[in-house]
Design a protein around this ligand. Structure first.
Ligand code: SPV
Ligand code: MN
Length: 626
C-alpha cells in the first residue's frame, strides 16, 4: 500500500494526487501506479465529473491534433489511420488460463503469453506524454445496473469520446469505497506518425476476463479503444452470465401506440444494418442505440441504455431519412465527426448526406481528390464507409424522458434483424419466447459491413448480433437468453425484421422509411390490438393493418401487390437458412442446448409441410389467419 501511494505521490501533482486518493480504493490506486510504471508516462491527469475537467480533455484533443475544430461551435473532427478504420476482430482476443475454454468460435490466447505480449507493447508507450485517468459509469448512476469503470489512455480523443458517450463515474467511485467490483481499461495509441497510430500491425486488444480488465494498444479507432463500449460489453456479458442478467448489443426505443401509449422495444442488429435508424424512428423516442442491460424486478423485464451518447455511422444520414440526427449534426453542440471529408473551410461532408460532395479536401487518407487511390491501390471514397459521429443523446430532440431512469424501462418487445437479401419477410413475430430466441436471435445471419475490417457482403452467422462480443461459450449464452423469461409475467414478444429483402432481380423490396410501420405493427401486437396470419415460423401482419399504418404514419398508399411480394414466404430459402445455422451449432458449438435442435426440427417439419401444401413461395393471402 505504502509503495503504491509513494509512487503516486512522486508522479502526480498534489491536486491530481488528492483527486485520486479521495477515491479510497487500493485496487484502483494499484492499477494507476502500475500503468505509470509500465508506460513511463510523464505526468498524470485525473479527471473528475466536472465540466472544467471535460473542457480540459476537449482542449487537449485539439492541441494534440487528435481533433480539428470545425466551423460550427462544439464540432470537431478526428481521423484514424488509413488501416485503422474498424474493429479488428483478428487482433482482439480473450486471455485464457490453461484449462479454460470459450469454444472454437471465439478468439483467445494463452493468458500469460498474451499479458506478456501486450505489456511489452505498452512498455514505455507514454514516455513524454500525459496519461489521462477517467471515471465513468455503465448504466445510470446509483442503480442496480451501474458498473463503475476506470479508463487509462494517452488519447484525449478517446477520453473526449467517452465523456460524450458515458455518464461520469468519479462520484460513483467515491460511493463504492474499497470495493474491487469495477472494470479497468488501459489504452495507448502507441507510437504516432502525424497524429495517428503508426504500428497498426502491432494493434492488440486483449481482454482479461479473470481480472475484468482490457488492454488496447497501437490503435485509435473507437471500437478498439473506447473501453466502455465493446470492450466493456465483453466483460459485462461474462458478469451478467454469472449474476443472472443480460448484456446485449441492442438499442432501446419507445414506440408510440394509440392514445399516446409508449411501448419499449429493444433491438439487435449487426453493425451498419439499420440499428441506429430504428432507435431513431421519426415520431418515436430514443433511449439508446447500441448496448442495453436487462434485469428482472417484480416479474417484469427491465432495461437501460448502458451509454448516454451515440457513436453512429454517418453514411446516409441526411435531412430526409434521419432528420433528428441530421439536425444535431448541422447545429452548434458537442459533436465529434470521424473519418469524414473536410473541405477548405473545415466543413464536414460524407457519403449520402444529400448534397453534392466537394471534389477535394482532407480525409483519413490525407489530402484527397476525386479518383484518389490509397496506399493499398484501392479507390478512396470521400468519407470512409465506417465514418462516424459521436454526440450526446440529450442533444437530440427525441430523447425519451426515462433515459436515465435508475430502474430502467419495461420491455414490450425484442427485435432481431440483419442484412438478409433473400430469406426473411420484412417483419414476423415468433410464436413464443423460446422460438423467438432460437429461430430469430440465435439464428441471425447478416452480410458483413465496413464496421469491421475485412471483406464486405459475406453472409455470416451472428447470433443476437452479439457474436463479436461474446465472452462465454455460445451454448451457455443461448441458454441464458432462454432462461431469462423465467419468472417474467408477460415475456416480451420477439420479432424478426428484414430491411434488406430483395426480389429475384436484386431490387430492394422496401423503402428506408418502411421500418417505422414494422415497429408500429409490433407495438400493436404487444398490446393485443391486431390479429395476424400464421406462417410456418411465426405471425405476419394482415394487409389491412399495414395499409392503415402506411397511410396514417407515412402518408402513403400501400398496395396489395407490394404486400404480396414482400410477405411471400420463401420455403427453400428458410430451409436452407436452418441448415446453415444448425450446421454451425453442430460443428462449432459443443454446448448448444438440446432445445435448440428440437426447435429447429419442429420448424423444419412445419416448413416442409407448408411447402408440400402450397409450393415453394407462399402468398400471405393463402396462409391461414392466426
Ligand atoms: C459497432 O460496430 O457495432 C459499433 C461501433 O457500435 S464500435 O464501437 O466499433 O463497436
Ligand atoms: Mn454496435
Amino acid at each position: 500500500m505504502s509503495d503504491v501511494r509513494e509512487l503516486l505521490k512522486q508522479k502526480l501533482s498534489t491536486e491530481d494526487y488528492n483527486r485520486l486518493t479521495a477515491l479510497e480504493n487500493l485496487k484502483l490506486h494499484t492499477f494507476v501506479a502500475d500503468a505509470i510504471e509500465l508506460t513511463g508516462a510523464d505526468s498524470v491527469y485525473v479527471c473528475t465529473d466536472s465540466e472544467e475537467d471535460r473542457a480540459y480533455i476537449r482542449k487537449l484533443a485539439i492541441e494534440k491534433d487528435e481533433e480539428i475544430a470545425l466551423n460550427i461551435a462544439g464540432h470537431t473532427c478526428h481521423f484514424d489511420g488509413y488501416y485503422d478504420q474498424g474493429r479488428d476482430k483478428d487482433a482482439t482476443k480473450y486471455l485464457l488460463s490453461a484449462g479454460s475454454s470459450l469454444g472454437s468460435i471465439l478468439n483467445s490466447i494463452d493468458r500469460n503469453k498474451g499479458i506478456e505480449e501486450v505489456r511489452s507493447l505498452l512498455k514505455g508507450s507514454m514516455a513524454g506524454r500525459q496519461m489521462l485517468v477517467l471515471f465513468f459509469c455503465l448504466g445510470p448512476v446509483d442503480s442496480e445496473f451501474s458498473i463503475p469503470c476506470v479508463q487509462i489512455t494517452d488519447s484525449p480523443y478517446v477520453g473526449h469520446s467517452e465523456t460524450i458517450l458515458y455518464r461520469g463515474g468519479y462520484e460513483q467511485f467515491k460511493k463504492i469505497g474499497d470495493s474491487p467490483d469495477f472494470f479497468r481499461f488501459m489504452h495507448s495509441e502507441g507510437e504516432l506518425e502525424g497524429a495517428v497510430s503508426k504500428h497498426v500491425d502491432k494493434r492488440r486488444v486483449y481482454i482479461d476476463l479473470e481480472e475484468d480488465r482490457v488492454f488496447s494498444v497501437n490503435t485509435q479507432y473507437g471500437g478498439n479503444t473506447i473501453g466502455l463500449k465493446k470492450l466493456a460489453l465483453r466483460l459485462a456479458i461474462q458478469k451478467a452470465s454469472a449474476e443472472g442478467w443480460l448484456a446485449e448489443h441492442m438499442f432501446v426505443m419507445g414506440a408510440k401506440g394509440p392514445g399516446g401509449r409508449i411501448t419499449y422495444f429493444t433491438g439487435a442488429f449487426p453493425s451498419a444494418c439499420g440499428k441506429t435508424s430504428t432507435s431513431m424512428l421519426p415520431g418515436q423516442t430514443i433511449i439508446g442505440d447500441d448496448i442495453a442491460y436487462f434485469r428482472k424486478s417484480d416479474g417484469e423485464m427491465r432495461t437501460v441504455n448502458v451509454e448516454k451518447g451515440i457513436f453512429g455511422i454517418i453514411q446516409d444520414v441526411n435531412a430526409k431519412d434521419d432528420p433528428v440526427i441530421y439536425d444535431a449534426l448541422t447545429h452548434p453542440g458537442e459533436v465529434i465527426f470521424s473519418n469524414v471529408l473536410l473541405d477548405g473551410e473545415n466543413r464536414p461532408h460524407w457519403l449520402g448526406m444529400g448534397s453534392e460532395l466537394p471534389k477535394e479536401g482532407v480525409n483519413h487518407s490525407g489530402q484527397w481528390h476525386e479518383g484518389k487511390e490509397g496506399p493499398d491501390g484501392k479507390a478512396v471514397t470521400a468519407s470512409h464507409k465506417n465514418a462516424r459521429y459521436c454526440l450526446n443523446i440529450a442533444d437530440l430532440k427525441n430523447m425519451d424522458p426515462r433515459m436515465d431512469d435508475a430502474e430502467g424501462v419495461p420491455v414490450g418487445g425484442f427485435v432481431y434483424g440483419g442484412r438478409d437479401s433473400d430469406t426473411w419477410v420484412p417483419v414476423e413475430q415468433a410464436f413464443n419466447w423460446t422460438e423467438g430466441i432460437i429461430l430469430k436471435g440465435a439464428s441471425l445471419e447478416s452480410e458483413t459491413t465496413a464496421a469491421t475490417l475485412g471483406a464486405e457482403g459475406v453472409r455470416a452467422f451472428n447470433l443476437m448480433s452479439n457474436l463479436d462480443f461474446l465472452s462465454i461459450p455460445l451454448g451457455k449464452y443461448v441458454q441464458n437468453n432462454l432462461d431469462f423469461a423465467e419468472g417474467v409475467e408477460k415475456a416480451p414478444l420477439i420479432f424478426s425484421v428484414n430491411y434488406f429483402l430483395k426480389n429475384k432481380n436484386g431490387k430492394y423490396l422496401n423503402g428506408m422509411g418502411d421500418k417505422l410501420v414494422w415497429i408500429l405493427w409490433a407495438e400493436l401486437r404487444v398490446n393485443g390490438d391486431v390479429r395476424g396470419i400464421k406462417t410456418p415460423t411465426g405471425i405476419i401482419p394482415r394487409y389491412e393493418d399495414l395499409a392503415r399504418l402506411f397511410k396514417d404514419n407515412l402518408g402513403s398508399d400501400y398496395s396489395r401487390d407490394n404486400y404480396v411480394e414482400q410477405f411471400t414466404f420463401r420455403i427453400p430459402e428458410n430451409l436452407a437458412k436452418l441448415d446453415r445455422v444448425e450446421k454451425i451449432y453442430r460443428e462449432k458449438v459443443a454446448d448448444a442446448p438440446a432445445i435448440l435442435y428440437e426447435t429447429y426440427a419442429e420448424a423444419r417439419k412445419r416448413l416442409e409441410a407448408a411447402g408440400e401444401k402450397y409450393g415453394d413461395n407462399i402468398s400471405p393471402l393463402d396462409l391461414p389467419a392466426e
